[in-house]
Design a protein around this ligand. Sequence first.
Ligand SMILES: Nc1ncnc2c1ncn2[C@@H]1O[C@H](COP(=O)(O)OP(=O)(O)OP(=O)(O)O)[C@@H](O)[C@H]1O
Ligand SMILES: [Mg+2]
Length: 133
Amino acid sequence: MPPTVLRAIPVAALLPYAKGVRPTFRGSDDVLVVLQYWLQEVKVVADAYSAHLFATDAGYARHVGQLNVLTYLIEHGDANHGNFLVSRSESSPRVFSVDNGIAFAFTTATAGTPGAGCECRNSRPTRSIACAP
Ligand SMILES: Nc1ncnc2c1ncn2[C@@H]1O[C@H](COP(=O)(O)OP(=O)(O)OP(=O)(O)O)[C@@H](O)[C@H]1O
Ligand SMILES: [Mg+2]
């Protein structure tokens, strides 16, 4: 996951970009927002998991393993196209989960389209992954 933080931003500062935005909490003039580092040199792919790369590139396999653990632990439930990005690096490409809004107890919402993106909700590592140096 790219670096992601919660911030409270004054309504007045957001209004030019988000018409009709209102304070998150009664008695406050702030809106609670999530800010996330914008990744460069990444691509949106139909499936972030490549069986071939997983078998042949230990660095990529490690990153997929990390993504797998993260999405499993947070009960990630949104495998929509574009929610998983892959770096353009030729070797050991990293995989990122950028849209984690449906997670933990948020189970009533749409759970994503099976087969799109990277179906992580029910995935388990199929082999142990050696740590890259
Ligand atoms: N941190 C990021 N760095 C680079 N690209 C990003 C980042 N966050 C989102 N994107 C790009 O913007 C697209 C939309 O982002 P996101 O999935 O968070 O929005 P969304 O409104 O939930 O869209 P959707 O409903 O299609 O999932 C992503 O598919 C990705 O291509
Ligand atoms: Mg999304």
